[in-house]
Design a protein. Structure first.
Length: 202
């Protein structure tokens, strides 16, 4: 399903746990009243999924931080799904881009859960469906397909054999540089612009 209710112009969605959220006016039907950390009241709509054609991906860096904007078009409706660059939501979404048929609609479903055994902490990300089939990552752990490998970092002495939290920060910083390249190449296929061109980031 596409996000509803329909609106005009571009609509901007963020992710909160296992929902997409959209800031709206308090008079919007279905709007939920929320408060920010400073007790300021705002209103939002929640959506379990978003569907449509992926039209472009923009890497942005503004006063709020670095993020990827995924432009999804369904008929006359355009939705911008905003994912923070340093988040598992962006990581899981980007890792699946090479396996998506860019000529066909996709459905995006955010998830957030803690495994029953309680190990590994909370799992968060974006499930991507296309033609009823779940899209898997193009870069499985342990399979060398151009992406940084943890074992390579250990062999080079960049990470310890028992990686610390700081070690993983270094590793994921390199992984996200790789993901930026994947975004650029995908956007080039979608828009015809060179992979080094990120509108809004200059």
């Amino acid at each position: 399903m596409s996000a509803t209710p329909a609106g005009t112009g571009k609509r901007f969605f963020n992710v909160s746990e296992y929902y997409f959220t959209e800031r709206v006016q308090g008079t919007t039907p279905g709007a939920i009243t929320k408060k920010d950390k400073n007790d300021n009241v705002f209103y939002e709509l929640n959506f379990r999924d978003v569907s449509g054609l992926l039209a472009s991906i923009v890497e942005k860096d503004d006063q709020y931080g670095k993020k990827f904007n995924f432009e999804i078009i369904d008929g006359e409706e355009t939705i911008i799904v905003q994912l923070w660059k340093e988040s598992s939501y962006a990581d899981t979404m980007i890792s699946k881009l090479p396996n998506i048929d860019l000529t066909q609609p996709i459905k995006l479903i955010p998830y957030s859960f803690t495994p029953e055994n309680g190990t590994g902490g909370k799992k968060q990300g974006i499930t991507v469906m296309q033609n009823g089939v779940k899209i898997n990552t193009a870069f499985p752990a342990g399979e060398a397909k151009g992406q940084p490998q943890a074992q390579e970092f250990i062999d080079r002495g960049v990470m310890s054999k028992t990686p610390t939290a700081d070690d993983w920060k270094v590793f994921f910083a390199e992984m996200r540089k790789f993901y930026s390249m994947v975004v650029g190449l995908t956007n080039e296929k979608l828009t015809g612009r060179p992979a080094t061109y990120f509108p809004g980031s200059s």
